[in-house]
Design a protein around this ligand. Structure first.
Ligand code: NAP
Length: 369
């Protein structure tokens, strides 16, 4: 297929062994996690696959794209000097340029390191987006839909944002403050939390900031989006019936919650259905035809012909979130089901969670902290 509309998207291993095995089954099996973390420092950018079949529902325009892997894991990106990480991401960008991409999307941690894409954008001729605006849009859509599934009304529910001082958390908090009556902001830095609380003031929610994660216990809806490399939210942090939308990659919610709490609904940040007969040419862990929101932002901008830097840097505006939501909807991107710990969330699962939550509310005492 020939088309002038092209993009590339950078992915990287998050769970070192299983993600490396997706591309190199033998290496994933033989190398230890430590060895992968070490050797990944010397690996060049890796061509993963060609993406075809992304087609606008509005214009019929079709895209051609590519996945390129930055070999670094989150741990490596945090440990190395930021300049080394920039150099590797820029090298991925050059590979994208050679392939013919006209827009570059930064996935997961490549969008978090340093100044969230600003330096990368300055060093490349190729325009860049870190996908944060549509990630926010979809995270909020997912919270609203999950609340509906659990028979909670946004206008009556209490909510919390964990990682409220981050790029994504800060905007999510501002949107939720307009929709729920009570909002708890969780962070690590009092000054930064105060700034976010000020941004949320004057709307529907009574807003409280806290440094203590246990303060999410009373919340009906929790949106968690830290860049911690280990899980933070454990079973004892959650009351029965809570919805947790975990946007973070790697996850903020511990696998102990999946194993031990059948009375809470944990979902990932919202799976997006991509318009057209899309073939990603690579299994990144989602069902066919579905993508992460940050990938969808890159594709939606290319379909729109917006070949300019979009979400870059540490400030995403509410207007930008609204705009990308409108652009993506016009081309046919939409929220499409939930995943939880690598599995699809079924109707039956949701009904079971609701039933268990009702039973647990009668019997489970609030844990002592
Ligand atoms: N699902 C998707 O499509 C998608 C798209 C983009 C990004 N993401 C993920 O979203 C997450 C956040 O991205 P971002 O751009 O908003 O990052 P960010 O701007 O760096 O913000 C990270 C937030 O996490 C907090 N934090 C970091 N380490 C922590 C720890 N150990 N304990 C508690 N809080 C901690 C930070 O607190 P301080 O302010 O105190 O540092 C900050 O509030 C990342 O996991 C990223 O991979 C997902």
């Amino acid at each position: 297929m020939t088309t002038d509309d092209t993009f590339a998207f950078i992915i990287h291993p998050i769970d070192p062994k299983s993600d490396v095995a997706r591309k190199y089954p033998l290496l994933g099996k033989l190398l230890t996690e430590g060895q992968i973390n070490y050797f990944s420092r010397f690996f060049p950018p890796v061509y993963i696959s060609e993406i075809t079949g992304v087609r606008s529902a509005a214009t019929g325009k079709e895209l051609r794209g590519w996945f390129i892997a930055c070999p670094f894991t989150p741990k490596t990106m945090l440990e190395l000097p930021v300049e080394s990480v920039y150099r590797k991401i820029v090298a991925c960008g050059h590979k994208a340029e050679q392939l013919g991409a006209r827009l570059l999307g930064l996935g997961a941690y490549t969008s978090v390191v340093g100044d969230a894409g600003l330096t990368i954008a300055q060093r490349l001729d190729l325009p860049v987006t870190n996908g944060d605006a549509y990630t926010v849009y979809m995270a909020i859509e997912a919270v609203r839909e999950a609340a509906r599934c659990m028979e909670l009304t946004m206008g009556d529910a209490s909510a919390a944002v964990v990682g409220a001082t981050g790029v994504i958390g800060r905007v999510c908090a501002q949107i939720l403050a307009r929709e729920v009556p009570e909002l708890v902001l969780i962070g690590r830095r009092p000054d930064a939390l105060d700034e976010v609380r000020a941004l949320c003031a004057g709307h529907k929610a009574q807003v409280r900031a806290s440094l203590d994660l246990h303060d999410i216990y009373e919340s009906d809806l929790i949106l968690t989006v830290t860049s911690a490399t280990h899980a933070l939210i454990e079973p004892e942090h959650l009351k029965p019936g809570t919805v947790v939308c975990d946007v973070a990659r790697p996850r903020d919610v511990s696998t102990r919650v999946a194993k031990g709490r059948d009375d809470v609904l944990v979902i990932e940040g919202g799976m997006v259905e991509v318009p057209g007969p899309v073939d990603f040419g690579f299994n990144f862990g989602f069902p066919p035809g579905k993508s992460y929101a940050c990938m969808a932002e890159t594709m939606a901008l290319a379909l729109e012909g917006r070949y300019a830097d979009y979400s870059v840097g540490k400030n995403i505006s509410l207007e930008q979130v609204h705009e990308i939501g409108t652009i993506a909807a016009r081309h046919g991107f939409r929220l499409s089901g939930f995943r939880s710990f690598e599995r699809a969330v079924t109707e039956e699962h949701i009904v079971r969670v609701r039933d268990r939550a009702q039973a647990a509310r009668r019997t489970r005492p609030r844990p002592a902290v």
